[in-house]
Structures are given as structure tokens and as C-alpha cells.
Design a protein around this ligand. Structure first.
Ligand SMILES: Nc1nc2c(ncn2[C@@H]2O[C@H](COP(=O)(O)OP(=O)(O)O)[C@@H](O)[C@H]2O)c(=O)[nH]1
Ligand SMILES: Nc1ncnc2c1ncn2[C@@H]1O[C@H](COP(=O)(O)OP(=O)(O)O)[C@@H](O)[C@H]1O
Length: 398
């Protein structure tokens, strides 16, 4: 474990040989040594992963899931909790310097079973936490889109919409990338197979799905994510590791639902009939499945909107005091730094060797409150500079 290119192959157990290209680091987890990195011809390092299995004395190339860091000028490696390796990238942009290579998390273990291979998964580290996403479901025409638009219009800095993928054709007023990512079925099916979707479902004869990136992108922007998905999708999200608030919107009656669908004028007669047929089952499940935390009746739109705001805690003061969360700032690291770990803190020394113990050159990363992880981002990184050594860290460091 250590800072690139400090990986010393002579020190490894079991006498395996490995031709170092100069940019690798390694971490031992149980019987395995994870070797991370490699050199590109332009003297940057790419972040490949190889595993040396000490029980079989063999090298294994694992299936690598997730988006990996870009080529860089080197990296440091710190093992956390025996299940993930923190990678600190040198010479990266402030919002791109902390990454996690998961080697034995629940997600990785599940994927190993599914794929039948060794698996590692990348997850980008982010400062601060994300607010719980809001999942809104209900039958077609009940007013989900209308209510979500009202919320986004009144609180533009607070909420962001999770733009779903769908194989249905765009309506006249819909824009690609704004209302939906309109996609070919074959492309979407491949992306689903590649693990890029948090959930997906076949709804009214078309495929709909929420990509992991759609939800993470909203959280990255410091906003609370709103998902407009059907009951099957809500069930999948409920079963996933994403903690969310689940709201079901109910129509006052089937007759009024039909009137709204017809008045919207966006579907053919055949499509309207299909949506109405599906609505009965959706309402039944919405009310009885136990998926939803709240059921709202959308009879009078203004009243329903007020009720929605109330259950999201949006009284006047919350709305006016809102600051984007998490703090969008990244971590400004100089190219040369050294990394050490003390308890649950990673200390990054950004000083020159002579100034190594000068406190103002130290940045601490507290990793106790990490949340999420692959296939999404790892959030909850607490980053601060250490201005004083009065807490005894200097003693621990020396
Ligand atoms: N599971 C799932 N359902 C979605 C997603 N996006 C939209 N839906 C649902 O698909 C259904 C049809 O949506 P749409 O074609 O836009 O019609 P509308 O509900 O009548 O506006 C609605 O119930 C949406 O909530 C998604 O990403 N996943
Ligand atoms: N409470 C309401 N009373 C009357 N019409 C409504 C109400 N809520 C929404 N509508 C209208 O019903 C139609 C369907 O609403 P929409 O938001 O598109 O539904 P969904 O997104 O659930 O399919 C729209 O024309 C909208 O203006």
C-alpha cells in the first residue's frame, strides 16, 4: 500500500514476480494483492487493475465495473475497511481527485456471483452527502408531471429532475435529454445488461429506466433528485440501496383520470385505453403494496401541491434558506503530496519534505461517514485542512 510509484514488488509475499512499469501501487486484502495502475507512453499512468491470488499464485484480470479515473500523473493507495481502496489521484482537477476501488463490498460480492468472475468496481468520491431523492409514482394522467414542474419552478435551486431513458417516441413538446433520453431498445437493453441502470420497467408497451448517472448527476449539482417512475420502478428503487421518499399520486376517480388524459391530447385513442387499463392495477398496487410512504390525492391541483410541499418540509423558511448541498467545492491538491492513515482519517501532506510537519500543509479526509458507493458515487467525504496540532495529531504522525 502506498504512494505511486513506491510500490515495491520485492516486499510482496509468496515470491511472485511482476514487471513494474513504474506507476503501480498495491493493497493486500485477505489472500489477494490488488495492483493498481500502469504507465502510458506519454508518462501518465492509466488505472488498470490486476489481482495476485496468493493461494493459487496466479494473476487474475478482474471484470472492472463503473467509470474509472482518467489517466493521471500518479496516485496513492489507501486500504479502507478491507473492502475498498481509496485512490488519491495526482495532478487531477479538484472535483476528480478521490476515487474508490471496491474489492469486497456487498455490490462487488453480488456482481461476482452474477458474472462468475473476479470483480472490482470504481466509484468516484464526493464531498458531503446528498439529500434523499423523492420518488413520485401514479397512473398516467394523474398530474405527476404537472406537480413536479410546479416544484421545480418554485424551487429551482433545490430540486433536479432525474431524466429517464425511454424507448417511446417523443411527444411534440418533449426534448431529448430534458424530458427523457429517447433511446433505441437495443442500446437501452445493452446498457441495462452493463449495469448502468438503477431500475427499469416495461410500461404501456415501452421500456423506461432510470440510469445511475441520471440520479448521481442531480446529486452532484447539489440538488435533491426527483424521480417520476411507475410502481414497478418504485418497487425496484425501494429494494435498492438508494434511500428515498416514496409518494404515490392518486386520481379522485377513474372518470376524472380519463378526462385529464383526453384533455392532455398527447396520446392516440388506443394508447389512452391502454393507459386507463393499466391505471386500475397501478392504483391498486400504489395503495396496498407498502412501497409508498405517502399517498396524495390530486383532486384540486393547488391543494395537492400544498400537501406535497408540506410533506417535503417546504415551509417558507426552508425555501428561502436553502443553500446548494453538498458544498460543490472540490479538493485542491498539489501534484506532489504524501498520504498516511490514522484511525478513520486520511492525512494528505501537501508540503515539501522539509515542511513535512507544518500543520497548514495538511489536509484531512474523514472517511467514517462514507455513504453509497458503486455502482453510484461514494458520498460523505469530510474534507478539512488542519490548522492546529493541538488535537495531538502531530504526536500520532511522528
Ligand atoms: N420504471 C420507470 N418508469 C418510468 C420512468 N420514466 C417514466 N416512467 C413512468 O412511465 C409511465 C409513462 O410515462 P410517460 O410515457 O411519460 O407518460 P405519462 O405518465 O402519461 O406522462 C409513467 O408512469 C412514468 O412514471 C423510469 O425511468 N422508470
Ligand atoms: N388536479 C388537476 N385537476 C385537473 N387537471 C389536472 C390536475 N392535475 C393535472 N391536471 C392536468 O391533467 C393532465 C395530465 O397531467 P400530467 O401532469 O401530464 O400527468 P402525468 O404526468 O401523471 O401523466 C394535464 O393536462 C394537466 O394539466
Amino acid at each position: 500500500m502506498g504512494e505511486a510509484p513506491a510500490f515495491c514488488f520485492d516486499n510482496l509475499q509468496n515470491g511472485f514476480s511482476f514487471k513494474s512499469k513504474g506507476f503501480e501501487t498495491s493493497a493486500d486484502v485477505g489472500d489477494k494483492t490488488f495492483v493498481i495502475g500502469g504507465a502510458n507512453s506519454d508518462s501518465t499512468s492509466y488505472i488498470g487493475v490486476q489481482i495476485y491470488d496468493k493461494t493459487t499464485c496466479k494473476w487474475v484480470i478482474p471484470t472492472v465495473l463503473g467509470t474509472k479515473p482518467k489517466p493521471c500523473k500518479g496516485h496513492s493507495t489507501i486500504l479502507l475497511n478491507e473492502d475498498r481502496i481509496m485512490i488519491i489521484i495526482k495532478g487531477s482537477t479538484p472535483d476528480d481527485c478521490i476515487w474508490f476501488l471496491e474489492v469486497d463490498t456487498k455490490y462487488v460480492r453480488e456482481q461476482k456471483k452474477v458474472l462468475g468472475t473476479e470483480v472490482v468496481a470504481w466509484s468516484k468520491g464526493m464531498r458531503g452527502d446528498a439529500e434523499k431523492p423523492v420518488v413520485i409514482s401514479g397512473p398516467s394522467g394523474v398530474g405527476k408531471g404537472t406537480l413536479i414542474n410546479m416544484l421545480m419552478k418554485e424551487f429551482p435551486s433545490m430540486f433536479g429532475f432525474s431524466v429517464s431513458h425511454t424507448t417511446r417516441a417523443p411527444r411534440g413538446n418533449e426534448n431529448n435529454g430534458v424530458h427523457y433520453h429517447f433511446t433505441d431498445r437495443s442500446v437501452m437493453e445493452k446498457d441495462i445488461k452493463d449495469g448502468k441502470f438503477l431500475e427499469f420497467a416495461s410500461v404501456h408497451g415501452n421500456l423506461y429506466g432510470t440510469s445511475i448517472e441520471a440520479v448521481e448527476a442531480v446529486a452532484d449539482s447539489g440538488k435533491r433528485c426527483i424521480l417520476d417512475i411507475d410502481v414497478q420502478g418504485a418497487r425496484s428503487v425501494r429494494a435498492s440501496s438508494l434511500e428515498a421518499i416514496f409518494i404515490f399520486i392518486c386520481p379522485p376517480s377513474m372518470r376524472q383520470l380519463e378526462e385529464r388524459l383526453r384533455a392532455r391530447g398527447t396520446e392516440t385513442e388506443e394508447q389512452i385505453l391502454k393507459r386507463l387499463r393499466n391505471a386500475e392495477a397501478e392504483i391498486e398496487q400504489g395503495k396496498s403494496s407498502g412501497i409508498f410512504d405517502h399517498i396524495l390525492y390530486n383532486d384540486n391541483l393547488v391543494e395537492c401541491y400544498e400537501n406535497l410541499k408540506e410533506l417535503l418540509g417546504l415551509d417558507g423558511s426552508a425555501a428561502t434558506n436553502h443553500k446548494p448541498y453538498p458544498d460543490p467545492k472540490g479538493i485542491d491538491l498539489p501534484l506532489n503530496h504524501t498520504v498516511s492513515k490514522i484511525d478513520n482519517k486520511i492525512l494528505i501532506n501537501c508540503g515539501t519534505p522539509e515542511l513535512e510537519t507544518t500543520s497548514k500543509n495538511l489536509i484531512a479526509l474523514d472517511v467514517l461517514g462514507l455513504k453509497g458507493g458503486a455502482p453510484g458515487r461514494t458520498r460523505g467525504l469530510n474534507v478539512y485542512s488542519i490548522d492546529s496540532f493541538s488535537d495531538g495529531l502531530n504526536e500520532k504522525l511522528s
